[in-house]
Ligand binder design. Structure first.
Ligand code: CIR
Length: 253
């Protein structure tokens, strides 16, 4: 059960965000609209939304998920692997400190981005990616184990973050992209497979029984519905242009 979410408004400089996508530059005003509908959906699901101000120094700062990891009782400030994003942590420390009694920090030279961290009950799956290094995972493990959690490292292929390709929908249901469907690590989950031509839809978020999914992916939408979930569809085109998905836009706890 989630009660709160932290989000940050997109800044005009969003257009300069990091991307590998070939979808053109995001439209700032459209991004603002899509972001406000996202926030509205979170509120509709009874989350208290803490909305942080835009910060034009950091084009990617709307993707708050990467700069912290929130468990039930602990906040971890990360250390982004993307150099242009590293100082974003300075923007999130206060708000994490005000919501968690216990706050820990990933330290240089380790790197870890929240997009690589998937919470499954008291187990955290962490992707080894270009943004999250081995040291990042081992520091994260040492921190989390002190609090009774466990950490499992997941090797990744070409994708940006672990949650670019896989999303936990609770009740042992794992939404997983075609290319990650065969990983032995995930063999005990009920898998909902996202077809290759809908791979962007592998990043969805479960909030208290409802699944937020990006608009425009009918096969995945039907499969999630068939699994018994209520659904809210959200336009995400402007964030997709920056490799960002639904989970990236909030920290939920
Ligand atoms: C980046 O490359 O860092 C941003 N343009 C996108 C971050 C997406 N975040 C996420 O998947 N958690």
């Amino acid at each position: 059960m989630f009660r709160k979410a932290i989000v940050r408004k997109p800044c005009p400089n969003l257009v300069a965000g990091i991307t590998t996508a070939d979808l053109g530059k995001p439209d700032y005003h459209r991004a603002l609209l899509q972001h406000s509908l996202y926030v509205e959906a979170l509120r509709q699901l009874d989350l208290e939304v803490i909305e942080l101000e835009a910060d034009n120094r950091f084009p990617d700062s709307v993707f708050v998920e990467d700069v912290a990891v929130c468990t039930n009782d602990l906040g971890v400030i990360t250390r982004p692997g993307a150099a242009s994003r590293r100082d974003e942590i300075g923007l999130i420390e206060d708000v994490i400190g005000s919501h968690f009694e216990r706050v820990e920090t990933i330290k240089d030279p380790a790197t870890l981005e929240g997009g690589d961290v998937m919470m499954v009950g008291s187990t955290f799956y962490v992707g080894l990616s270009d943004r999250t290094n081995k040291l990042g995972i081992s520091q994260f493990r040492s921190i989390l184990e002190k609090y009774g959690y466990s950490v499992i490292r997941v090797p990744l292929g070409e994708i940006l973050h672990l949650k670019t390709g896989v999303s936990y929908l609770e009740d042992n249901n794992l939404l997983v992209s075609d290319e990650m469907g065969d990983l032995d690590l995930f063999s005990s989950f009920n898998k909902i497979l996202v077809p290759a031509d809908e791979s962007y839809a592998a990043n969805c978020i479960w909030i208290n029984g409802t699944v937020l999914i990006p608009a425009g992916f009918p096969v995945t939408k039907q499969k999630i519905k068939d699994a018994g979930y209520k659904i809210i569809e959200l336009e995400m085109t402007e964030f997709e242009k920056l490799d960002g998905g639904l989970s990236c836009l909030s920290l939920r706890f």
